[in-house]
Design a protein around this ligand. Structure first.
Ligand code: NI
Length: 165
């Protein structure tokens, strides 16, 4: 396993549409292992393959209590409700925006061996599903954000985090 470099906004790989995974082989497993290691190292909630420069439909999500979720060829098959809140991206460092997303999202995806399954996410995880799947279509949250936080708001946010520590 190895850490992969996270590409940032301005790199054209982030604007391209990723191809479906067709081979559930050791190369895919290595990519998944590396993406999980990279996500945990970066302290993010989710990571999509294009963010490490690989244009394949692969996403990893750190759900917290329920551990790491690996989503291959994921699609949203159901969604309900609405939430408006703060969103950031490892590929857009130092910025946050206000984004409205569904509050509950059901995703159909394959696991690393190609088996299809369905998973439901709520609140932060639903937000993460929407955000990461959009990466697979070359879309960043900054395109759908109602607005980005101002430098003053960012400073307050950072100070709040420091106070929590
Ligand atoms: Ni992102």
């Amino acid at each position: 396993m190895a850490l992969r470099h996270i590409v940032t906004v301005g790199d054209s790989v982030l604007t391209k549409v990723s191809r479906p995974v067709t081979q559930f082989d050791s190369r895919l497993h290595l990519l998944l292992d590396d993406m999980v290691e990279t996500l945990l190292d970066a302290g993010g909630v989710g990571l999509a393959a294009p963010q490490v420069g690989v244009l394949r439909r692969v996403v990893v999500v750190d759900t917290g209590e329920d551990g790491i979720l690996e989503l291959i060829n994921p699609e949203i098959i159901d969604q309900s409700g609405s939430q408006t809140g703060l969103e950031g991206c490892l590929s857009v460092p130092g910025k946050y925006g206000i984004v409205t997303r569904p509050n509950v999202v059901t995703v159909r995806a394959q696991d690393r061996d190609g088996n299809w399954f369905e998973v439901e996410g709520e609140a932060l995880i639903a937000r993460c599903f929407c955000h990461e799947l959009a990466h697979l279509d070359g879309q960043l949250y900054t395109e759908v954000a109602e607005r980005m936080l101002t430098p003053e708001e960012l400073q307050e946010l950072t100070e709040g985090e420091e106070a929590e520590d």
